[in-house]
Write a protein that binds this ligand. Structure first.
Ligand code: NCD
Ligand code: ZN
Length: 360
């Protein structure tokens, strides 16, 4: 049907379209309470499943904690939306290997998350001494339960831009040599070293890549004024690393898949003298990814990255439903902020127009 506009005749027919199996988000922060209520629909609208990060206060440590949190997520889900939260346990030095094994057997818990103490938001209950959690890791290796790693050392002597590369050399590689059967996901890689290590790791290793790390480098955070809504952890690195991540994500390799790390914080805590880390991308991630993959000439590989590689690693079926994206002449319009009862949350602004619309 022709559409009359000031600029002349245009057509509603999309310029281009892609259909994907319904995607999953393999790294997501949903929080709890009023924030959970506000942000959950943003993910459930497009994604069938997500790996739910356990860094609540207090953290989700046991099977009982994860079961209760999952119930709260399902209770917050709008009735018409289908969504399967895949739960994780927060690894502490007190974690009981038997509880982890029960959690895996329950089918509700799909991974255990390693936060080095002090690495990021709510990581104070994390691991200081890997030796203390070795019995848990050995059990996980034996039963095939993946370990999701926040891969940054926290030694104050190590520059924040080097913390991922140093983690790989001093923590991850020694761990994987000691426990080659352990299945590991390098969460939200931000460096060419991370991408290269994941590429060579074999079947027991994978890496998630966020949407925002494909779009911003550290200049976006720091040049021409400090932009708190681009601050997240691991912090965005130099341009050469962003380009390496783009090559990895669009390479077609099954080792890489989407984990948005969408991490809502209210504006008052982002725009603050000591601002929280986290970018909120749940609302526009799929449109942004289509834009990035098209720029890289790899639209045909978005399906692997967003819909297939993750389930393959986690040994789950690809989702049955589909989602369609259309490239149109008019740019997408998203809300600048999501309103929650605890305050507004700013939606990630890529800084350029995006024309890939996700069909309702
Ligand atoms: C996350 C959060 O806010 O929980 N923040 C972030 O910058 N990514 C924690 C994390 O995944 O590091
Ligand atoms: Zn995260």
């Amino acid at each position: 049907m022709p559409l009359e506009t000031g600029a002349g005749l245009r057509y509603l027919r999309p310029m281009q379209a892609i259909t994907l199996p319904r995607p999953d988000d393999w790294h997501l922060h949903l929080r709890d309470g009023a924030m959970l209520q506000a942000v959950l629909p943003e993910t459930a609208r497009h994604f069938a499943r997500a790996i739910i990060m356990p860094n609540l206060v207090p953290p989700v440590v046991t099977l009982a904690d994860a079961t209760a949190y999952r119930e709260r997520i399902l209770a917050a889900l709008p009735g018409e939306m289908g969504f399967d939260p895949l739960m994780t346990l927060y690894l502490t030095e007190g974690t009981d290997p038997a509880d982890v094994e029960r959690a895996a057997a329950s089918g509700l818990v799909k991974a255990v998350k390693l936060y080095p103490v002090g690495a990021t938001t709510n990581s104070h209950s994390g691991v200081r001494d890997l030796a203390k959690v070795m019995p848990v890791l050995e059990r996980m290796a034996a039963i095939g339960l993946p370990l999701c790693t926040h891969g940054e050392v926290t030694d104050p002597e190590v520059d924040i831009f080097d913390r991922e590369a140093v983690f790989i050399d001093t923590v991850l590689d020694p761990l994987r040599r000691r426990l080659p059967e352990l299945r590991v996901v390098m969460e939200h890689i931000t460096t060419e070293e991370g991408a290269a290590y994941a590429a060579e790791g074999g079947e027991n290793l994978a890496a998630t890549i966020t949407t925002h790390h494909l779009i911003i480098n550290r200049n976006h955070i720091l040049a021409g004024g400090i932009r708190p809504h681009y601050y997240c952890l691991p912090v965005a690195k130099r341009e050469k690393h962003r380009l390496a991540l783009r090559r990895a994500a669009t390479s077609g390799s099954p080792r890489y898949f989407l984990g948005t790390d969408s991490a809502p914080h209210v504006d008052a805590l982002k725009e603050h003298a000591c601002g929280c880390a986290g970018c909120f991308t749940a609302t526009n991630t799929l449109s942004l990814l289509a834009h990035v993959f098209e720029e890289e000439g790899a639209l045909d590989r978005l399906e692997g990255f967003a819909s297939r590689n993750g389930p393959a690693f986690y040994r789950l079926p690809v989702n049955a439903g589909e989602i369609r994206l259309e490239k149109r002449a008019e740019p997408c319009v998203w809300p600048a902020k999501i309103v929650s009862d605890t305050g507004p949350v700013t939606v990630f602004d890529p800084g350029f127009p995006v024309y890939w619309h996700v069909l309702p």
